[in-house]
Design a protein around this ligand. Structure first.
Ligand SMILES: [Zn+2]
Ligand SMILES: [Zn+2]
Length: 280
């Protein structure tokens, strides 16, 4: 199965997962999605559904247009479908598939199963996508990884895992010194100050009900590494993270396991060059 992280981060999230005959897109947080798929030679006509993790704009901003252009259903939890409908993202006539917790739904040769995540949205979920040969888990926008989430993710061959912010940067508004500045991806030039300091309420929201830190993500990885062959770190904060920091932590956690680490970089200038794309 192929997995392409077309976009990842607070500016937009979109992941293609498919096996050549059938595919799903998880979240539609970038514009001109159908055209973007075509640009990257991804077979858009094999996409059977748009699976939505939750209703926040960075995950659904182009959902309406994409559902219409691709003529496919939206698959999500009841809470997410209702919120999308209330926010005008899903029309009354749009085809909807209600995903129940841990009950698989078939899309051609793929089976998609949702699991609950912990985020300040109506009914957020992650997904496991499998085709009998391979299994890929997607776990974004959650402030914690529960035991049952961990069990689900450990059953996968590859996992897309949130690594949103550096706890130290969030605490001090400064990044820990970059070990390899030229690789940091944020062109920091040795400057450790965060670009934009978030107000207290926003930091509390991110920590308590929002996102997974590099530290919690690597703790998760220290368990996953014995079961999963490949982990793609995703949804990195533009302000409170840097790709090299996320990678250093993750590589430390996955040390000597053979688990391959990818880091998705949301900066547009790197999107194409560093687009995470793997097959499992
Ligand atoms: Zn969100
Ligand atoms: Zn998000």
């Amino acid at each position: 199965m192929d997995c392409v992280l077309l976009a990842s981060g607070s500016k937009g999230n979109c992941i293609y997962i498919g096996n050549g005959s059938d595919a799903v897109v998880v979240d539609a947080g970038i514009g001109y999605l159908k055209r973007t798929l075509e640009e990257y030679h991804i077979p858009a006509e094999t996409v059977r559904a748009l699976c939505v993790t939750h209703e926040h704009a960075d995950h659904v901003c182009s959902a309406k247009a994409f559902l219409k252009a691709a003529k496919i259903p939206a698959a999500a939890s009841g809470g997410t479908l209702s919120a999308m409908q209330k926010n005008g993202i899903l029309s009354q006539s749009a085809e909807k598939i209600l995903m129940h917790d841990r009950i698989g739904v078939d899309f051609g040769t793929l089976t998609v199963t949702s699991f609950r995540t912990y985020h300040d949205a109506a009914e957020p979920t992650g997904f496991i996508i499998e085709d009998g040969d391979a299994r890929i888990g997607v776990c974004l926008d959650t402030h914690t990884v529960s035991d049952s989430m961990m069990t689900a993710l450990c059953s996968c061959d590859a996992v897309v895992l949130e690594s949103n912010y550096s706890e130290e940067a969030m605490k001090t508004d400064r990044f820990p010194a970059c070990r390899e500045c030229r690789l940091c991806g944020a062109s920091c030039g040795g400057d450790c100050a965060v670009k934009r300091v978030y107000p207290r309420y926003l930091k509390d929201r991110i920590r308590e009900d929002g996102h997974l830190s590099n530290e919690v993500s690597s703790k998760t990885l220290s368990v996953l590494k014995d079961h999963v062959g490949c982990v793609a770190l995703a949804h990195l904060s533009e302000n409170y993270n840097r790709p090299n920091l996320a990678r250093e932590k993750a590589e430390e956690a996955a040390r000597e396991s053979g688990c391959v680490i990818h880091v998705s970089d949301q900066l547009p200038e790197y999107r194409e060059k560093r687009m995470v794309r793997f097959s499992i």
